[in-house]
Write a protein that binds this ligand. Structure first.
Ligand SMILES: *Cc1c(COP(=O)(O)O)cnc(C)c1O
Length: 430
């Protein structure tokens, strides 16, 4: 590690940092020492991961796991992919960070790739999904004020959505548990049930009648955190029509499903519509932090000084993200996502038939899939995830009743079969 041994002598993290030796000590990592210095914002599973290769990761005790979490739909090329190693190394040796006071060629190249491969005309870069959504909210509000003359613009979002953890994005998130104790929230948001067109029409009418004009509708194409719930095509097409009629902006949060996760580049392609604005983050950099806000020309209303980010769009993040996108494209990895996704869903559906008392159904697109547990059981998604982890497979809950499968997009047929075998083992134990 980079800390000299001397400085560690009286440090409670000593045990935590001494893992670089070849002889393995079972006690080398201490969760207690970790918890004494890191804020307790996460409920963590009691393993510490320290290395990875492809779709496998190893913990500090040398235990191997098949990684069907991928940093939550983030490590699209898996771990230690040669393209990423090369891209990071190349960029850090050349130039890793400069200010947006200057032109950054890698940023321009990534923006060109994204706009050439999507319905968007312009990109702004930041560092995370929450930040990208925050930017989308600001863009929609400025558009409403300056182009539509709306004084008190409202943004409609969906129940069970997830848009991030900043104040504006927890407000946009239609789940009270993320908002509790953080009031006062940001004003100007209104919630509707997902996939329910009549509820949306009623909400727009109510807000209009009350001088709270709707500037934008913000939706996930498929609700990830909310339980891997795919958007309904007909619903989204009607939402698009309403937006066109009323001059409302349609913003899609593609943070979890964008950049190939669904077997297509963008989640909106599965819905047969185009958004006016969309956001990206998780998979875009393959695990190197980056977020993006994209829009069509007509709503490109930001001017110098309106929005900014110190790290946003730096040469390292953009250089790596461009390499990730080009690698997905050149190796036709979207075809792999479609084939492996079908293989996984068909395997899980067979298990659903074999364990009908445990599993309600299976749903998802490409390589974002959910195993939905029976509602009336005591069994929770966390129970399944813990048992799978003990058997060497990493999975992630999406709410109390849905087990989410989001492996690297390069996952192969054998690894899908291994995962299915472990899931079968786990279900047999439940
Ligand atoms: C993860 C996620 C976010 C938040 O992204 P961060 O990078 O954690 O800020 C926003 N929207 C969706 C749909 C997500 O899945």
């Amino acid at each position: 590690m980079f800390v000299s041994p001397k400085t560690l002598d009286n440090n409670p993290l000593n045990s935590l940092l001494s893992s670089s030796g070849s002889a393995r000590d079972e006690d080398e990592f201490s969760t207690e020492a970790f918890d004494q210095s890191v804020m307790g914002t996460y409920g963590r599973f009691p393993i510490a991961l320290e290395s990875g290769q492809g779709c496998q990761v190893w913990d500090t005790k040398g235990q191997a796991y098949l990684d069907f979490v991928a940093g939550i739909a983030t490590c699209t090329l898996g771990h230690a992919h040669p393209v990423m190693v090369e891209a990071v190394t190349h960029q850090i040796q050349k130039l890793h960070h400069v200010s947006n006071l200057y032109y950054i060629p890698e940023q321009g190249a990534l923006a060109q790739w994204l706009t050439a491969h999507s319905c968007a005309d312009r990109a702004f870069f930041c560092n995370s999904g929450a930040e990208a959504n925050e930017g989308a909210i600001k863009l929609a509000r400025k558009y409403a004020h300056t182009k539509l003359g709306i004084q008190n613009p409202y943004i409609i979002t969906a129940n069970a959505s997830f848009h991030g953890r900043t104040l504006a994005t927890i407000t946009a998130t239609g789940q009270p548990k993320y908002q509790k104790n953080f009031e006062p929230l940001v004003s100007g948001f209104h919630y509707v049930p997902f996939n329910d067109i009549e509820a949306l029409k009623a909400a727009i009418a109510t807000l209009d009648a009350d001088q709270r004009q709707v500037a934008a509708i913000l939706l996930e194409p498929l609700q990830g955190e909310g339980g891997v719930k795919p958007g309904n095509q007909e619903y989204f097409q009607q939402v698009r029509r309403i937006c066109d009629e009323k001059g409302i902006l349609l913003i899609l949060d593609e943070v979890q499903v964008g950049v190939g996760r669904t077997g297509r580049w963008w989640g909106y392609e599965s819905l047969g519509i185009e958004p006016d604005i969309f956001t990206l983050a998780k998979g875009l950099g393959g695990g190197i932090p980056i977020g993006a806000l994209l829009c069509k020309s007509f709503c490109n209303v930001f001017q110098p000084g309106d929005h900014a980010s110190t790290f946003g769009g730096n040469p390292l993040a953009c250089g790596v993200a461009l390499s990730v996108c080009q690698t997905l494209e050149e190796n036709d990895i979207l075809a792999n996502v479609q084939a492996r996704g079908e293989q996984l869903r068909s395997g899980l559906s067979k298990l659903a038939q074999r364990y009908p008392h445990l599993i309600d159904h299976v749903r998802g697109w490409g390589l974002i899939n959910g195993l939905v547990l029976k509602a009336d059981l005591e069994l929770t998604s966390v129970d399944v995830v813990k048992t799978a982890m003990a058997d060497g497979l990493l999975l992630v809950p999406a709410g109390p009743k849905v087990v989410r499968f989001v492996p690297p997009l390069i996952v192969n047929a054998e690894e899908i079969n291994q995962a299915l075998q472990i899931v079968e083992q786990v279900l047999a134990k439940c």
